[in-house]
Design a protein around this ligand. Structure first.
Ligand code: CO
Length: 150
């Protein structure tokens, strides 16, 4: 295992619209993508770009996550954290299958199957209790190694 780029930080929010206004007006974000629904996960998602060290807009993203429907897993998080807050970290790896085998091999609990994530690349989540309290998303590096269309 070799730690890859911190692709994004997932932040739960009761209102993506309010969070977009915050990142735009308070934090000065200049690249905010269109929000979109991920019906199967029960979430609405919006990516906010931050620049990399060279100024290119392919630094770590903020992934704003709002519940979509009553059954959304984000509802529980927001019940405990009404203002929202940091929900997960997402690190890139070159090979998702290899990474899954690695985490399973050292006894980390993986939550559900490997699936296609919000960036259209395969991802899985590792249980926060096995990861120092941090829900951790592992994502295969996009082939063009940039940020994407959403
Ligand atoms: Co994520």
């Amino acid at each position: 295992m070799k730690l890859g780029r911190l692709n994004h930080i997932g932040i739960a929010t009761p209102s993506i619209a309010d969070s977009i206004a915050f990142y735009r007006d308070v934090m000065g974000a200049t690249k905010i993508h269109e929000p979109f629904d991920m019906e199967e996960q029960g979430v609405k998602v919006c990516f906010v770009d931050t620049p990399a060290a060279d100024g290119a807009m392919n630094g770590t993203q903020i992934e704003l996550i709002e519940p979509l429907g009553e059954a959304s897993t984000i509802n529980g998080f927001l019940a405990k954290n009404p203002l929202g807050g940091q929900h997960h970290l997402c690190f890139e790896v070159p090979d998702i299958a290899e990474a899954r085998t690695y985490f399973e091999g050292i006894g980390k609990r993986i939550l559900g199957p490997t699936r296609i994530g919000a960036h259209g690349t395969p991802i899985f989540f590792v249980h926060p209790k096995d990861m120092g309290g941090m829900l951790t998303e592992i994502m295969e590096t996009p082939r063009d190694n940039t940020h994407w269309s959403n």
